[in-house]
Design a protein around this ligand. Structure first.
Ligand code: CTP
Ligand code: CA
Length: 225
């Protein structure tokens, strides 16, 4: 096989990938959001489809073309993402949570646009916790033997934070990225350390998001039953 071309080792498999970043509305025109572009999740969806999988891509606020041969489900908020992931995961062999999920959402939604009030300080925004989708899927495993993968962006202590997060979430693999002001968000390239619940550590050198995606599917494939 030519370099970069994989065996169709995901034929007959259904994989679910989340991508992008959730947005939590304050009113009809404003939201709390994050800088995730969705490129890593789309690379995961494309490479899985190229390897023969049936792919459900759950896209949160992305501005990218639908990958060919992939079922794309568009959602906005973390609560909507949870619904879509749980639905798609019921018969999935693997679930990869590449989306950046808002940890909190505004407690209240104003049905009309929030207005300034003359001479008054703004009201504080009260936040409540969002559901932890990765922890829930990892605990429930809607399909027995399902492989669950998380992503984590860390700014420091990448290994220690990554190990602790892997245990806390209960997933099989955690892809840990080191991020900073100019790293990863919106870029075409990525560098990561993939931690396994079995104690494995797979460093992925700086390179295209497609290359990291292929390594994730390699690590998923050997764990599929
Ligand atoms: N995730 C999720 N649901 C959430 C938050 C995160 O499913 N409410 C998933 C993300 O999709 C990602 C993984 O969990 O795959 C790790 O996200 P991260 O934000 O690093 O984890 P947190 O537990 O939220 O930790 P932190 O306090 O560092 O943000
Ligand atoms: Ca978080």
């Amino acid at each position: 096989l030519a370099r970069g071309v994989r065996e169709p080792d995901l034929v007959g498999r259904h994989v679910v990938v989340s991508a992008g970043g959730t947005r939590e509305p304050l009113d009809p025109v404003r939201f709390l959001g994050n800088r995730s572009s969705g490129k890593q999740g789309y690379a995961l969806a494309r490479t899985a489809a190229a390897r023969g999988a049936r792919v459900t891509l759950i896209a949160a606020n992305t501005a990218l073309p639908d990958p060919a041969g992939v079922d794309v489900v568009r959602i906005g908020t973390a609560v909507q993402l949870r619904e879509a992931v749980l639905k798609a995961a019921s018969d999935a062999d693997a679930v990869v949570m590449a989306a950046a999920v808002a940890d909190f959402r505004p407690e209240t939604y104003a049905a009309g646009k929030i207005k300034k009030k003359d001479g008054r300080d703004p009201d504080p925004i009260v936040l409540v916790r969002n559901p932890d989708i990765l922890a829930e899927i990892s605990a429930e495993r809607p399909r027995p033997g399902q492989v669950v993968v998380g992503f984590a962006a860390e700014t420091d202590d990448v290994l220690a934070n990554g190990r602790a997060k892997l245990r806390r979430k209960g997933c099989d693999l955690l892809v840990v990225n080191e991020v900073g002001e100019r790293r990863t968000f919106g870029s075409e390239e990525n560098e990561a350390l993939v931690l396994g619940a079995d104690g494995s550590e797979t460093p992925v050198p700086h390179g295209p998001k497609e290359a990291l995606a292929e390594i994730v599917w390699d690590l998923v494939t050997i764990r599929l039953t």
